[in-house]
Write a protein that binds this ligand. Sequence first.
Ligand code: B12
Length: 230
Amino acid sequence: MNGGTAIFEQLRATLGVHGVFVRGSLSFNEGEGPLLTDGTPARGVVLLGNIGGSIWPAFSAWRDMPDNGISMNPLDDWSKAIIRPVAAMLEATVYFPSDPPWQPFQRWAMQAERLQASPLGILIHPEYGLWHGYRGALGFAEDLREAQTIASSPHPCASCVEKPCLAACPVGAVTTAGFDVQGCRSHLRTQKGQAGCMTGGCLSRNACPVGAGYRYPSEQLAFHMAALQL
Ligand code: B12
C-alpha cells in the first residue's frame, strides 16, 4: 500500500461515519497549488463533502449536544471539529469552504469530479444532482491522486429542455446570466417566501429532476435556507 492509498483509507474510515466522503482529488503543477501551512504550495488536494443528506444525522446529533461551543455557523463549526483531527493526524493543511480567503472549491470540484455548473451556479453531479456540497479539503506536499478513472459524462443540463429550475423561482432570481442574491433574499423575507422557499427549500433547486432521490431531508433544507437568509 503506498502513502496515498493509506491516506484515502484513513479518510474513509474516519470521516465516513460522519457522512463526509472523499469527493475526488487533484494534483497541481509545481508552484500552482494552494499554500500549505509551511508556506510552500500543495501538490495534492483531496476534497471532502456530503452526498445527499449524508451529514445530517451526525451533524444534527452534534448540534443538539450541550457544550459543543456552537457559534452562528454550526455546520462550519461541526465540519472543523471532525475534519481538523484527521488533518492533524495526516499532517495535512486543511481548507474550509467558508473561510476567507475563499479557496476555489468549485473550480477544484470541476477538475476532481468533472462537474459542471447548473443554471443555479452551483455544480450539478450526474448522479447526485444539486444535492451535494463540500465540507473541507486537505492539502499535501505530495501528489497523491487516487488511481481513478472519472468518466466524462454529458452535462446533465444539456438534455434538460424545459429547465424547470429557471421557471420555478418565484422572483426570477435564477437566470442563465447569474444568481440575483439580493432578489432572492428580499423574497425570502416576505410572507410568501417564508411559507414557500424558507420552509420547503429553494424552489429552483427542488425543481431539478436530476438526483431527486438525494434531495436533502426537510429539516436540512430549512437549515440551509435560514443560513442563506442571514
Ligand atoms: C460566496 C458564496 C455564496 C454567496 C454568493 C453566491 C453567488 N452566487 O454569488 C451566497 C451566500 C449568496 C451563497 C449562496 C449559496 N451557496 Co454558496 N458559496 C459561496 C462561497 C463561500 C465562495 C464562492 C466564491 O466566490 N468563490 C471564489 C471563486 C474564485 O472560486 P471558484 O471555485 O473558482 O469559482 C468558480 C465557481 O464560482 C464557478 N461558478 C459559479 N457560478 C457559476 C455559474 C456559471 C454559469 C459557471 C459556468 C460557473 C460558475 O466559476 C468560478 C470560476 O471557476 C463558496 C465556497 C467556496 N469556497 O467556493 C460557496 C458554495 C459555492 N455555495 C454553495 C451552495 C450550496 C450555496 C447555496 C445553495 C446554499 C444555500 N444556503 O442554499 C446558495 C445558492 C446560491 C446560488 N444559487 O448561487 C456550495 C456549492 C456546492 C456545489 N454543489 O457547487 C459551495 C461550494 C459551498 C459548499 N460548502 O459546498 N454562496
